[in-house]
Design a protein around this ligand. Sequence first.
Ligand code: SF4
Length: 275
Amino acid sequence: MMRLLSLGAGVQSSTLLLMSCVGELDKLDGAIFADTGWEPAAVYRHLEYLEAAAAAVGIPVYRVSAGNIRADMMRPDATVRGRVRDGARHTSLPFYTRDQSGAGGILKRQCTKEYKIAPIDREIRRLLGLKYRAPWPKEPVVELWMGISGDEQRRVRQSDARWKVHRYPLVFEKWMRRDDCKRWIGEHGFPIPPRSACLGCPFHSDAEWHEIKQDPEAWSDVTEFDMAIRRKGGVRGDLYLHRSCKPLVQVDLSTPEERGQRTFFETECLGYCGS
Ligand code: SF4
């Protein structure tokens, strides 16, 4: 069975890769990083570090991509829902919506599947040597490690495909919380990983938006994007990055209570984003 890691380059999946590098976990056959093209610069720097550390012990890190999520969404013909015309881009981030009556909502998240899961699956097919359109094996041939820590147990999911089994070493073998991972990384002399997620992910907590705001280039990037998505086609109402359905530039990110909010990452994402 091929042992592969879904690498997000954040704290938890970095811990798994480094534990495999130093022999505290089985040796991986590879780690796959699905690049949305919109991670913070610090994540790409950390990824280079991980690639070098893994290469030194013979673990390949594969970078794959289904495109640049920001650039795709900024295309004039991009829609978030509805009919896709002649190659128009259909990309749905979990944007917040508010219509003229004031009713709010949140769009279904499709970006994880499109920009994370699908390119990882394509890479696994390549590594397995499966030809175009060949069916997936009917028995487990891949053990896919997920970077979920013990404090995030509700994100654990069994595989819904027969060709793979999910493994959660931090939850069921090491019993490590996120802070334990950071401590382990520090004690072993590795750099503490940055938070891994798209810069403009609507799942950011106010604390994360506040942190992004400290970097003028990153803040300008996300606020420009926030303005540009307001009237994207396909849904009733306007689209926003922030849960308050206010333009990001108008949101008060200074309140400690708000900054303490938990993110959807901590409760909903399945180990592909934010780990
Ligand atoms: S980090 Fe957020 S925006 Fe990026 S793929 Fe994951 S859910 Fe979507």
